[in-house]
Ligand binder design. Structure first.
Ligand SMILES: *Cc1c(COP(=O)(O)O)cnc(C)c1O
Length: 405
């Protein structure tokens, strides 16, 4: 496998042109799009327009359009990317807050045990622990999703799972888990943070009831962009909104004395949305739709395969091993390489202009986001990693992780 082969794949890449739709600076190789996606050029135009025209000139009058923006972009994302029906997805708050809202709604309606993945993203674990305490139920971490079926019993009300594991990239079979939970009388709340805009997801076909996720990862919505939440249509009015804010209120601007939530997905809204961040989500979602998630996934599989092939070639038996599933059908859009020196390796790579990230205790995450990452970039980043390993340059870096990793 040489660099020329990677270059020939770039030349024939059906998504190759999409890179030009993003702001890209050639001084870094960016393999961290699963943490923060790049800035779409259309977002720069959109924000300029919203700031100068809608805020600058329109002022409070612009709320006529702004008020439903979370629902409009939610529908776009839901119907075109996630396989939901209109009115089932809305943008609001952060993924953490959305997870709190939906898990609480389920627990308030049906108290019972919550099962979660002991390896899940921290916020998900902490939220579940807090909700269990709040509702006086128990929560049970599982160490392997394979044990899910065997630990299910009548007491389980809710299972919280990430479709793609943030550390290893392991991808679950949503259909199978939903079917199993249904048989056991439990609900599943999916976190799609590392899947949305990357993995073809069909919430309706998979029988999904509840989901949340980020828009600033593969959807390129920008730092701190609002998260999304999905509640299947027939369930929306079965739950009470767990946070009673005025954005959930029927005839919101009547400002009536008592809380009376709207029917539908709107009852899961809370307060005034961050319009500038919300405005930035739409162009990223539109780019994904234009490229097609199936095509994005096809390229992602090839990019990740290139990483594992080179890792096998160059590091076999050495200081780095592939921690992600080998089978592409069981893997999301990033590859984790495991090493005792993962932190210092990530720093040495950063010093050489290669942006990846470190996830404790020992994972180096490489995420080639398909809309803007070239095969040659992956090749160059891996070649840089080989150099850092061979020459031991990582030994020049401090062993203690920084505040933000
Ligand atoms: C990135 C990520 C989050 C982030 O949540 P925020 O509320 O946006 O900080 C949550 N869950 C998972 C699984 C993630 O990967």
């Amino acid at each position: 496998m040489d660099r020329e082969t990677a270059a020939s794949w770039d030349a024939g890449d059906p998504l190759g042109e999409f890179r030009n739709r993003f702001v890209c600076h050639d001084d870094v190789l960016y393999l961290d799009g699963n943490s923060l996606g790049r800035l779409p050029r259309a977002t720069v135009r959109q924000l300029t327009r919203v700031v100068t025209e809608e805020w600058g000139r329109g002022l409070v009058r612009s709320w006529v359009d702004w008020i439903d923006w979370g629902a409009r972009t939610g529908d776009l994302l839901g119907t075109r990317i996630l396989g939901a029906r209109p009115g089932e997805v809305v943008l609001s708050d952060s993924t953490s807050v959305n997870l709190y809202k939906l898990a609480s709604a389920v627990l308030a309606a049906t108290p019972g045990t919550i099962i979660y993945d002991a390896a899940d993203f921290p916020t998900n674990r902490y939220l579940v622990q807090g909700i269990a305490e709040q509702y006086g139920v128990s929560c049970r971490p599982m160490s392997d999703v394979a044990e899910l079926e065997s630990i299910m019993d009548d007491s389980v009300a809710l299972i919280v799972l990430s479709l793609v594991d943030f550390r290893t990239g392991r991808l679950l079979d949503m259909n199978a888990v939903n079917a199993m939970a249904r048989r056991a009388g439990a609900r599943v709340l999916w976190d799609l943070s590392h899947a949305a805009g990357l993995i073809p997801v069909d919430l309706a076909a998979a029988g999904a009831e509840l989901a949340v996720g980020c828009t600033y990862k593969y959807l390129n919505g920008g730092p701190g962009a609002p998260g999304f939440l999905y509640v299947r249509g027939d369930l929306q009015d079965r739950f009470r909104p767990p946070i009673q804010g005025w954005y959930a209120q029927r005839n919101q601007f009547d400002m009536g004395p008592l809380f009376d939530p709207v029917a539908g997905i709107g009852r899961y809204l809370v307060g005034t949305p961050p319009i500038l961040s919300l405005a930035a989500v739409e162009p990223g979602v539109e780019l994904c739709i234009e490229a097609g998630v199936e095509e994005i996934r096809r390229k992602s599989v090839r990019l990740c395969r290139l990483i594992t092939d080179l890792a096998d070639d160059w590091f076999a038996g050495g200081p780095l091993t592939v921690a992600s599933p080998r089978d592409a059908a069981c893997r999301g859009g990033h590859v984790s390489l495991r090493s005792r020196e993962a932190w210092r390796l990530s720093q040495a790579l950063a010093g050489a202009g290669v942006v990846v990230d470190f996830r404790p205790p020992d994972c180096l995450r490489l995420a080639p986001s398909p809309l803007y990452t070239r095969f040659t970039e992956v090749w160059d980043a891996m070649s840089c990693l080989k150099d850092v390993v061979d020459r031991h340059t990582y030994e020049n870096y401090p062993a203690t992780p920084a505040r933000v990793t």
